[in-house]
Design a protein around this ligand. Structure first.
Ligand code: ZN
Length: 188
């Protein structure tokens, strides 16, 4: 009876010499071209196709304000806006060094890929992110938030030309009935 062997199953077969794997040479991060324009479905969607996606919400990750954020975006016609939710909302953009750089890199990623034309920047009162970073919040927290919003608006409009930034504060109301977040109010 004939015995058939194949090289793949014949353990005694001599392995072929000169087997080498060519690895692609690593390209230094700085030498890689940055994608400036949309990359292709589903990573990028031209703003003409899905107009709602050319907006970006930057706000706090606090779950208590989700309803107010949704209402604001719906009212502005940006219900499908991209969202960057981080503790403090605008706060990391006011911080020095790497914290601001990382925050800006996230925005750049979203702005580039989704062709963002509008950023909705929202701070909220009684923000634990702010309280923790500043060691507490005083009675002037509204002024503090508004000042930071204006500062970050200028920063973002400088970094991302052609992007329009709108600022809002979500107020905290307390009365005899209880306490709750009210609708977002614009900050000029
Ligand atoms: Zn917060």
């Amino acid at each position: 009876m004939a015995v058939f062997k194949t090289a793949a199953f014949d353990l005694s077969a001599t392995p072929p010499a000169e087997v080498s794997v060519q690895r692609p040479r690593a390209v230094p991060e700085t030498a890689r071209p940055r994608p400036r324009r949309p990359l292709g479905w589903p990573l990028a969607v031209p703003s003409e196709i899905l107009p709602g996606m050319n907006a970006l919400l930057i706000s706090c990750s606090d779950g208590r304000i989700v309803g107010r954020l949704d209402a604001l975006l719906a009212e502005m016609g940006h219900a499908d806006a991209n969202r960057l939710l981080v503790p403090g909302g605008p706060l990391p953009f006011t911080r020095p060094g790497s914290e601001r750089r990382v925050a800006l890199s996230y925005v750049r990623e979203i702005v580039d890929v989704h062709d963002v034309r509008r950023i909705v920047l929202v701070a909220h009162q009684e923000c634990t992110g702010y309280a923790r970073a500043l060691g507490g919040l005083g009675f002037d927290q509204r002024e503090l938030l508004e000042r930071d919003l204006r500062k970050v608006k200028t920063l973002l409009e400088t970094e991302f030309s052609g992007v329009d930034v709108r600022c809002f504060v979500i107020p905290w109301h307390e009365d005899g009935e209880g306490a709750a977040y009210g609708p977002a109010t614009p900050v000029e």
